[in-house]
Design a protein around this ligand. Structure first.
Ligand SMILES: *Cc1c(COP(=O)(O)O)cnc(C)c1O
Length: 375
């Protein structure tokens, strides 16, 4: 049986009757740039993230870069983040003129360790950038307390966590709600994926929202008059129309992902090969995970992945080399062994298929193939 890591054709087949007319309407209007669907999407996603403003942009990367640019970082200014994430998290800090300062992760959630964040704060720290990895929120209440104590803004990398929630002080808080600014990605493989690149920033800071709206249009609110130097980072109207058509499905898709994840986790409680051969991802009881990825820790991980591949089952290693050890950050002076949890995660993590359209038979096939490997 074939079980790809992600099957976007299955999703397309299920919803094309809703998406294609929306795309056709944009084509017939010929308003490809900053058409009305863009501001409708901005309003809808600001509402989803319980923020005042949504500012659409060209990619999830730009959704991090633009708020970082708004900080006006000077050489030597530091932004604290995790080394166990997609490259864009730290790449944007560098490209905004800052220095990424890495802090190790908590082994259970794969998210940044708040105690490490506090210890890493210096006179040069300008912001904290947590990532809600794989769709599970970081410990925002602790990060928020640290940020407030030190007067630092939080920029949430919420690229993998659209709609994820965390219970804080008896109330649900959503990904993107608590940060000064938060970035979402609509890369096609994300839980809410466009038909190309796209991103969106949410913020409840009026001044920041106005600034970001300009930064994505070459720094001018009025065409041909430029208050500062920005760039071209707009979301295509076509992408906004696709995303608006998909948005009503998002919470059901996330629920399906959770259902699949729970099914795996129950099955893997009795995996052969001894305790710990394959460890399902622990969920912080405060969190409602949206399972952008279902990521296990596996003994003999690379052999397991080859075995799955040979049986037609897709999987992926997110991420094989933590960012503090990337050649491009050599000048920062980090050493192997410095962030043992991130390094261990990069050796053990394996993401399995968890997309909403998976069938029970496909899930059973993944489970049986893994059991066969360890038996
Ligand atoms: C996908 C992703 C990004 C960047 O998004 P793009 O839309 O691909 O530019 C940033 N951070 C994380 C954690 C991501 O997963």
């Amino acid at each position: 049986m074939n079980v790809p890591l992600l099957d976007l054709v299955a999703q397309y087949d299920a919803i094309k009757g809703e998406v294609l007319p929306a795309v056709q309407a944009v084509i017939e209007s010929q308003q490809f740039v900053m058409g009305p669907a863009v501001s409708r999407l901005e309003t809808a996603l600001a509402q989803l993230a319980r923020a005042k403003h949504g500012i659409a942009c060209a990619s999830g990367t730009d959704a991090l870069l633009l708020p970082l640019k708004a900080l006006g970082l000077k050489p030597g200014d530091e932004v604290i983040t995790t080394p166990f994430t997609f490259f864009a998290t730290a790449g944007t800090i560098h490209n905004a003129g800052g220095t990424p300062v890495f802090v190790d992760i908590e082994p259970d959630t794969f998210n940044i360790d708040p105690a490490g964040v506090e210890a890493a704060i210096t006179r040069r720290t300008r912001a904290i950038m947590p990532v809600h990895l794989y769709g599970q929120m970081a410990a925002m209440e602790r990060l928020d307390a640290i940020a407030r104590t030190h007067g630092l803004p939080i920029i949430e990398d919420a690229a993998q966590a659209i709609g994820a929630r965390r219970r804080i002080g008896g109330q649900w808080r959503v990904a993107g709600e608590m940060g000064w600014a938060s970035g979402f990605s609509f890369f096609p493989s994300k839980n809410l994926g466009g038909w190309g690149d796209g991103g969106l920033i949410v913020t409840s800071d009026d001044a920041l929202a106005a600034r970001l709206s300009k930064l994505r249009l070459h720094g001018g609110a009025k065409q041909y008059y430029h208050d500062e130097v920005g760039t071209n980072s707009r979301l295509d109207t076509l992408q906004a129309a696709v995303l608006l058509a998909k948005l009503p499905h998002l919470s059901a898709w996330s629920a399906k992902r959770r259902e699949h994840a729970d099914y795996y986790t129950r099955a893997f409680a009795v995996t052969p090969g001894g305790r710990g051969a394959l460890r399902p991802p622990p969920v912080d009881p405060a969190n409602e995970h949206i399972y952008h990825q279902y990521t296990v820790r596996a003994e003999r991980r690379d052999e397991l992945q080859a075995h799955l591949k040979a049986q037609g089952i897709g999987s992926a290693i997110y991420y094989p080399l933590p960012l503090h050890l990337q050649p491009c950050f050599k000048h920062l002076g980090y050493q192997a062994g410095q962030f043992p949890e991130s390094e261990r995660a990069s050796r053990e993590a394996l993401s399995l298929p968890v997309y909403p359209e998976l069938t029970r038979a496909q899930l059973d096939c993944v489970i049986e193939t893994i059991r066969g490997f360890y038996r």
